[in-house]
Ligand binder design. Structure first.
Ligand code: PLZ
Length: 449
């Protein structure tokens, strides 16, 4: 095996304006080669990455508060991941598990069955993307229950394929002009404390009441295959459901033979300080979708559920050419090993403990910061017009985001109204870079307001 390059110095370095000239040149090439439909948030072209740093083609070193949208939880090109990928790629790169199987697929499924909440016997199946895992969750739920309706929430994000577009709540940019969408999808209000009309204290009770009465009146419990929920909503703005809501909803589903599917694509694998965000409310979903953090950057997703549910599908009903590709499985095993060896759940909690007080200080200073929320290393700032006016402030969010980018801090926005700035650092980031990133964020508000 060849020696890898020296580890990247964990330091922000700005050598040019952001983006620099070489990035700008590549971005011009992008315009003539890549569909305009594929947008780019920060046109800085990356050459290397590791820990909490992205190195661009102009030699700038950027602080990573995005993890490629919550993917490189263990850090970019994490040593155990790279080592396993290299070894696996040298052995074989593909057979198709449905044709001639291999052990790595089994090992990932065994790890998923063990790590996901719920003590009963479980089974898993592997796919390529988060959207594909969600699609398959719906297939399994319909097959098992013999029912068709699927309930999704306001602000939900589940993917960009036809069925998952139907499940996703937000029109722009995900659904606009792409219909017609799959049928038998129903939407209910999310237990969103910050924007609950009668106040956060009433949110869990009233949202639960609305959920049950809508399912009863508009669908019928007996027609409902599944309820699909992100235990903390991701693209929708890091909305943490009001305490108790997930638990009550899951219990109610169980009473009515409705499957509860937790979409843990963004929240899973140590991101929130637990292996899975559902554990926070001690909920064991019938089905769980995973992707992103599972494989340290390689495309892999999983669907895990109760054995009885997952085994109810006819043989050959689930699959795909690449699902559970051996190199992606090797990366997943390296990621999971890293999460355990480095106790990344504890690290996510440390990141929360370091960031939240600083974010709260900011919120105390600026009335345009309406809410600080999230869990572990999945934290967000929701921006509003002012103290008495909670209108979403996407203009300020954009300004703060652009300022961070200009200073070499990679931040992401989110939210149905585009007024949420989210922090998703790799758990491999050090405290110094975290603090430096937060300093830049402070300057961003001071400059924008
Ligand atoms: N479920 C909860 O967060 C992906 C989307 C980025 P794929 N989120 C990032 C974009 O704009 O396309 C996501 C998610 C949740 C499902 C998905 C879909 O996962 O791997 O992007 O298909």
């Amino acid at each position: 095996m060849t020696e890898g390059p020296a580890p990247i110095e964990q330091q922000r370095i700005l050598r040019t304006a952001i983006p620099g000239p070489r990035s700008a040149e590549l971005h011009r090439r992008k315009a003539s080669a890549v569909s305009a439909g594929v947008g780019v948030g920060l046109p800085v072209y990356i050459e290397r990455a590791g820990g909490g740093v992205l190195v661009d083609v102009d030699g700038n070193q950027l602080i990573d508060f995005g993890s490629g949208i919550a993917v490189t939880t263990v850090g970019n090109a994490a040593p155990r991941v790279v080592e396993r990928i290299q070894a696996q790629a040298a052995d074989f790169t593909h057979t198709c598990f449905m044709v001639t199987p291999y052990e790595e697929y089994l090992a990932v499924c065994e790890a998923l069955n063990e790590l996901t909440p719920g003590s009963g016997e479980k089974r898993s199946a592997l796919f390529n993307s988060g959207a594909e895992a969600v699609e398959n969750a719906v297939k399994v739920a319909r097959s098992y229950t013999g029912r068709q309706a699927v309930v999704a929430f306001d602000h939900a994000y589940h993917g960009r394929t036809n069925l998952t577009m139907a499940l996703t709540a937000k029109n722009m940019p995900y659904k606009h002009r792409f219909g017609p969408f799959a049928s038998e999808i129903y939407r209910v209000p999310m237990a969103y404390p910050f924007r609950w009309p009668t106040g956060p204290e009433n949110c869990a009770d009233e949202a639960f009441e609305q959920f049950t009465s809508l399912v009863h009146a508009q669908i019928g419990e007996d027609n409902t295959a599944a309820v699909l929920l992100e235990p903390i909503q991701g693209e929708g703005g890091f909305i943490v459901p009001a305490p108790g809501f997930v638990r009550r909803m899951a219990d109610w589903c169980a009473e009515h033979g409705i499957l509860f599917i937790a979409d843990e694509v963004q929240t899973g694998f140590c991101r929130t300080g637990d292996w899975f965000a559902c554990e926070f409310e001690d909920v064991a979903p019938d089905l769980i979708t995973t992707a992103k953090g599972i494989a340290g950057g390689l495309p892999l997703s999983g669907l895990t559920g109760r054995a009885e549910v997952m085994d109810s599908v006819h043989s050959g009903g689930l699959g795909g050419t690449y699902g559970g590709n051996p190199v992606a499985c090797a990366a997943a095993l390296g990621s999971i090993e890293t999460m355990k060896a480095e106790n990344l759940n504890a690290r996510a909690k440390q990141i929360e403990a370091l960031c939240v007080p600083r974010l709260q200080q900011l919120a105390a200073k600026y009335e345009q910061i309406g809410d600080i929320r999230g869990r572990g290393a999945m934290l967000a700032i929701e921006m509003v017009a002012g103290a008495g006016d909670l209108s979403p402030n996407s203009v300020l969010t954009g300004k703060v985001n652009v300022y961070c980018h200009s200073q070499g801090l990679v931040t992401l926005t989110a939210g149905t109204y585009g007024n949420v700035l989210r922090l998703l650092p790799p758990l491999a980031i050090g405290d110094e870079l975290l603090n430096e990133g937060l300093d830049i964020l402070e300057q961003a508000f001071a400059t924008a307001l």
